[in-house]
Design a protein around this ligand. Structure first.
Ligand code: MV4
Length: 502
């Protein structure tokens, strides 16, 4: 079969991750880049790279016309959208289809069906998937919210129909707050999503966030790859993810998996996707929303289930049948992911962009880095500040936590602040170690954490050693990473990057 040329409509670590899968399958790759990303790692890694505009993502990574143009000019047959940007944009998936380019993801119809919370709730309910008790249509007036609150009882949550990921929602605990909350969510929904419609649900107290990975082909075959535990979040941003969940046993995993496959089948889903659930302390679970893309935290599932999700996406996009069988798939061991951000935990997680002067990634048994940066690279201010993901796999949860502690202690980033000390604190936290947390845990704990004291004594010695290494590095010429065979545009990129550093 002819090799497929794949354009990656993304940047950073996920673009690098997709390029690696393409290379293993023998597919040539095309990177796209905004002006400040000229010397970004994904550009260095790809076989070819196309500029798509200035720094703001709405003028580059969100420009459907420019990305399709780059695909046509470079002769790409397929586009992988990564996550974020255009990954869940049905119009983009449709524009690819219309241009005769394969979108490496689900159909535009599946994306659309899962894009609205009220429509997805309707379809899930009709398919027999448990949803949080509540309305399945946007309300026409405040009276409907009021009537729901009366019949279901407080507390309730008012949510934007077009919302997701924590934006445009509000908890209402007292009757006198109903109207102002309704008005607030309506106007937020209008300004965030250009769609002011809202609905209401019963509030699920102290929930955990559990999500189920599914994979389907274009022939109607669907499998699940178990759950991920994504409960630890800060302001609706996940910070630590695990596979499996410490509160899910084999029996519950089967039920969650069957529910997820049923949910995906109801929208004729293919490619990789995730069913997000809320789970109460009683372990009752409810469909929350479906993410119709590859997720940031997909590596923890890959390491435990032994499946390369990106390669599977590429095979499914070519029309191949899944060769994985549910009965052959068994989880093995435990994986944990920490998202390393260019943020300063000691300053309320303020952004910390700038030049990475020194970088030492942890290595050794069971350690996987999904890294998007290099020493000598300047982290731009324009995009999500995630630098890399550190993933550790071991036989048991306790071993994985200890391995993560060890890996975090090896990790060195100089020049900018990162969230590494925050993760060292979490890995030592007794509630984390005993898996005793809910979605509000981090935000409740933050005021008590002293990051200056979270650093251990060994890190002081290490800091002295790092300082000496930096002094040495600075006296040397820093080598940029090399992605593969040399080519003129890559040399040009390196020269440009060296200039940027002086
Ligand atoms: C809820 C909930 C409790 N009850 N819905 C937050 C993100 C959005 N996708 C849904 N969210 C929630 N919806 C009901 N009916 C609690 C949350 C919630 C949450 C959910 C998942 C992960 C972290 C969270 C943090 C705060 C609130």
């Amino acid at each position: 079969m002819r090799a497929v040329k794949v354009l990656i409509a993304n940047r950073g670590e996920i673009a690098v991750r997709v390029i690696r899968a393409c290379r293993e399958l023998g597919y040539p790759t095309v990177a796209v880049y905004s002006e400040p990303d000229r010397s970004a790692l994904h550009v260095v890694f790809a076989d070819q790279a196309m500029p798509i505009g200035p720094a703001p993502s709405r003028d580059s990574y969100l420009r459907i016309d420019r990305i399709l143009d780059a695909a046509k000019k470079s002769g790409a047959d397929a586009i992988h959208p990564g996550y974020g940007f255009l990954a869940e944009n049905a119009a983009f998936a449709r524009a690819c289809r219309d241009a005769g380019i394969t979108f490496i993801g689900p159909s535009p119809e599946s994306i659309e069906a899962m894009g609205s919370k009220t429509e997805s709730r309707q379809r899930m309910q009709a398919a027999g998937v448990p949803v949080v008790p509540g309305l399945t249509k946007p309300v026409e007036s405040f009276d409907e919210i009021h009537a729901f609150a009366k019949s279901a009882g407080l507390p309730i949550m008012i949510k934007a129909s077009a919302g997701g990921g924590g934006k445009g929602m509000r908890l209402v605990e007292r009757e006198e707050d109903l109207r102002s909350s309704y008005e607030r969510v309506t106007s937020e929904a209008q300004s965030f999503f250009g769609d002011g419609s809202v609905y209401a649900e019963k509030f699920v107290p102290s929930p955990r966030h559990i999500e189920v990975q599914i994979l389907g082909d274009q022939h109607g075959n669907l499998i699940h790859l178990g759950e991920r535990e994504c409960t630890l979040q800060r302001r609706h941003q996940k910070v630590v993810e695990e596979c499996p969940s410490p509160v899910v046993d084999a029996e519950l995993r089967e039920r969650l998996g069957a529910m997820a496959v049923k949910a995906a089948a109801a929208v004729n889903y293919y490619s990789a996707g995730t069913i997000e659930c809320l789970m109460g302390p009683d372990r009752e679970f409810y469909f929350l929303e479906m993410n119709t893309r590859l997720q940031v935290e997909h590596p923890v599932t890959e390491m435990v289930w032994g499946v390369d999700l990106v390669k599977e996406q590429l095979r499914v996009a070519r029309g191949e049948k899944l060769t994985l069988k549910q009965s052959d798939l068994k989880p093995a061991g435990h994986a944990i992911e920490c998202r390393i951000y260019a943020e300063d935990p000691a300053r309320k997680f303020a952004p910390s962009p700038g030049l990475i002067r020194y970088l030492n990634l942890p290595q050794g048994p069971g350690v996987r880095n999904e890294n998007g940066v290099y020493a000598g690279y300047t982290v731009p201010v324009f995009y999500d500040p995630m630098l890399s993901k550190l993933v550790c796999h071991a036989a048991t949860r306790e071993d994985a936590i200890n391995r993560m502690k060890r890996a975090l202690a090896e990790y060195r980033v100089e020049g900018i602040e990162t969230t590494i000390p925050f993760f060292s604190w979490i890995m030592d936290n007794a509630d984390f170690r005993s898996a005793n947390f809910d979605t509000g845990y981090i935000d409740r704990m933050l005021p008590q954490i002293d990051f200056a004291h979270a650093a251990n004594d060994a890190s002081v010695d290490a800091a002295v050693a790092a300082a000496a290494i930096i002094a040495f590095e600075e006296s040397q010429q820093v080598q940029l990473p090399v992605g593969g065979e040399d080519s003129p545009w890559k040399r040009a990129g390196r020269v440009q990057a060296m200039r940027g550093r002086s």
